[in-house]
Design a protein around this ligand. Structure first.
Ligand SMILES: [Zn+2]
Length: 80
């Protein structure tokens, strides 16, 4: 019977990019791991293992970097 649950980390774009087992033997590292996910900006949810397997994927959305806006400082006066 494979009705276990897993913790998944979901990006703001909806991609499930992290999975952690909900097994008792993983409990020690789990809290630490989930803490890292939250710090990384992931939404942590508890899902059926089947859901996690079906939705786990690499994010292909990678937030487009904001274009660098040139800084318009006044040109330094040359000489005196
Ligand atoms: Zn994505």
């Amino acid at each position: 019977m494979d009705t276990g649950y897993a913790y998944v980390g979901i990006l703001p774009c909806g991609c499930c990019v992290a999975i952690a087992s909900d097994k008792p033997e993983c409990k020690d590292v789990l809290a630490e791991e989930l803490g890292k996910w939250v710090l990384a900006g992931l939404t942590v949810e508890r899902k059926p293992v089947e859901w996690a397997r079906a939705n786990f994927r690499e994010c292909t959305h990678k937030a487009a970097p904001k274009p660098d806006r040139p800084q318009l400082f006044p040109a330094p006066a040359e000489g005196a």
